[in-house]
Design a protein around this ligand. Sequence first.
Ligand code: ACO
Length: 331
Amino acid sequence: MSMIDIVKAKARSDVKSIVLPEGDEVRTVEAASILMKEGLARPVLLGDPVKIRETAEGIPCDIEGIEIIDPATSPKLSQYAELLYELRKAKGVTREKADELVRDPMYFGIMMVKTGDSDGLVSGAVHTTGDMLRPALQIIKTKPEMKIVSSSFLMDCPNKDIGENGLLVYADCVVMPDPTAEELAYIAVAAADTARKLCGFDEPRVAMLSFSSKGSAKHALVDKVTSATRIAKEIAPDLLVDGEMQFDCAIVPEIGKSKAPGSPVAGRANVLIFPDLQAGNIGYKITQRIGGADCFAVLQGLNRPCNDLSRGCSVEDIVNTVAMTAVQAQG
Ligand code: ACO
């Protein structure tokens, strides 16, 4: 079974409600229909019900039984606005501004997740990553044990000899442009957690990537990665984490043995932590486009699951992301 099939089986075992704020967007409507039909989630579409039904007829697809909520006329507006005001008044949000914000489907959806009216949220077919992330960061916030929100990409590679039967977890490829050493350590710990809970890795083996392996080069950029490795070991003493090391040292057994002898991770890493967002984002796209890997992104560290889509996403991408969000919501 592929990684995504395993995730879908888990999603079906305990069905969660996932809100889709871009409810009248054509790919989103079709994805909701598939999610409902395949029992992967209870999708909730936000938007004008007339427009959503017209979109479904135009595809055509069946959205019978799918909950549709129009934020503009919802009886929850005032409750959500009051809560949003309380949460953000210290940041300058007035009650009037809160009233206005909750009419925006993105904020309305985030408030549904915040209050437990929905188990998770998926958006980004229309909105940019920043527009989707900001309300989630401001309102849902991080888990108590996590200092930051970041992301993992689950890379399902054709070469089954690497990682965990071809599966690798890359982090962070979406959120933190230039993490400090401490933030990088938290990214590593969060990615190991994602590897365990979403990918089913019994033993995450985390490599902290650099252009240097175990002191082969001296530079401030390398120092950041060695510090992050030390901090990650302090935060999670039982985690198998090692660095700094080059990409080949992390995943090729012979190179791992020669460049980092005795390392519990080198040569057999299944979780790869990139030193910054430029490296991570470029790295996952190379693996996808040249390496032929299928890739699936999730946010990690948020107090409740919310996930971002690429604006170029397909219907299948939305279905997969909702299934992963539903599994994250299972805890
Ligand atoms: N974790 C937790 N909280 C955070 C984080 C984080 N990583 N980043 C920001 N915050 C919080 C801030 O503390 C702030 O909280 P507050 O308002 O309660 O004080 C709130 O979020 C907003 O912070 P800002 O500084 O206003 O937000 P910023 O403008 O920095 O935006 C964002 C944050 C959107 C995550 C930004 O860092 C960003 O744009 N990252 C890159 C996104 C991107 O474009 N990725 C690549 C494309 S995606 C792809 O290719 C798949």
